[in-house]
Design a protein around this ligand. Structure first.
Ligand code: SAM
Length: 339
């Protein structure tokens, strides 16, 4: 009996392998076709049409062959309900993720994936540097087009995270008069925060080449600089999706600079970053967080997604006396750290 069960289990595992190996081999097509759909403007054309559209109308609107478009649509329809998810592929939409997909599927960001194994073997040589000869931040400084694409991609995420944070952490910004967003990109995050909490004076702090081209935002001052040297003073420092780009040593240095920027008695640092959970705490976004960790491995020099224990370590080393962690409806959690 036991032998039969073991055989059955083995057969099941083999079948699982037969199916899933194709997901590994062909999985890339998923992002590539989604990019193709954005490039063609499929979701935008359907939205403009205002009601379900026939294949022939859609293909003539887009100016492409119906037979090829049919196969693209068959793939997308098979995968995605043509509702909130497909709307995220529109370029101009509140929850659009088009820029994020275009950034991740750009040749610049795809090239480092090809040398991921070399990085793992060499234990440290960055795949991005191997592909481009410099790290991501030097590359964006020298390539304004890529910098713009990168900042627009980050802004897509900010538009999802900020409402999730405000809903999931009521009172997070109460009692603060000023807030500095460290590594704030083009200022989308602080713009949304100041809009939601109009009593806040906002500072958007990022590298000079990023803030010098950022659009003016009412209630927000753009400041260029280097977070490893100093961070502009404010009642609280906010840092979204920045610390995961760095190794522990750099992460501790950035946190120390954030701590210096806030009042010792009533200041706080608000970190918004992923927390990698243990087996028993897995949720619907666990897989996406593990994928994100692979992205940080491919695209940053020594960044990583951290477990709770790893967050505790860097916060302790940076001199924070206590911290709280709150999951929100996003890839990231909110960590409040107090001096
Ligand atoms: C992954 S992006 C996050 C952007 C933004 N916080 C968001 O999530 O929308 C990391 C940001 O850190 C900035 N950055 C990198 N090195 C920096 C430095 N030394 N000083 C200040 N900002 C830096 C980059 O320019 C980039 O905007």
């Amino acid at each position: 009996m036991e032998e039969t069960q073991r055989e059955f289990h083995h057969e099941e595992e083999e079948e699982h392998a037969d199916i899933n190996i194709w997901k590994y081999i062909l999985g890339f097509s998923e992002m590539a076709v989604v990019k193709c759909a954005i490039d063609l403007g499929i979701a935008d054309a359907i939205e403009r049409h205002g009601s379900p559209i026939t294949l022939s109308d859609l293909s003539s609107t887009l100016g492409c062959a119906p037979s090829l478009l049919y196969r693209i649509m068959r793939f997308l329809m098979h995968r995605y309900a043509q509702t909130p998810l497909s709307r995220r592929l529109m370029r101009q939409e509140e929850h659009s993720m088009a820029a994020f997909i275009l950034m991740e599927s750009s040749p610049v960001m795809l090239a480092p994936w090809l040398s991921l194994s070399a990085r793992v073997l060499a234990n440290g040589t960055s795949s991005f540097e191997k592909a481009h000869g410099e790290d991501l931040w030097s590359y964006t400084a020298a390539n304004p087009d890529h910098s713009q694409l990168f900042n627009e991609a980050m802004a897509c995420d900010a538009r999802l995270v900020v409402p999730a944070m405000i809903q999931g952490c009521p009172g997070l910004f109460d009692g603060l008069n000023s807030l500095v967003d460290v590594g704030g990109g083009n200022g989308t995050t602080i713009k949304l925060l100041v809009k939601a909490c109009p009593w806040l004076q906002g500072i958007n702090f990022d590298l000079p080449h990023v803030v010098s081209v950022a659009a003016e935002i009412s209630g927000v001052k753009h400041v260029g600089g280097d977070m490893f040297e100093s961070v502009p003073k404010a009642d609280a420092a906010f840092i979204l999706w920045v610390l995961h780009d760095w190794a522990d040593k750099e992460c501790i240095q950035i946190l120390k600079k954030c701590k210096e920027a806030i009042p010792e008695d009533k200041g706080k640092v608000i970190i918004v970053d992923a927390v990698i959970q243990g087996q028993e705490e897995m949720d619907k976004l666990t897989d996406a967080r593990l994928m994100l960790d692979m992205v940080t491995m491919a695209h940053t020099t020594a960044g990583k997604e951290r477990t709770l224990k790893e967050w505790g370590f860097v916060l302790g080393e940076a001199g924070f006396s206590r911290y709280t962690v709150k999951p929100i409806r996003a890839l990231q959690s909110v960590i409040e750290a107090f001096p």
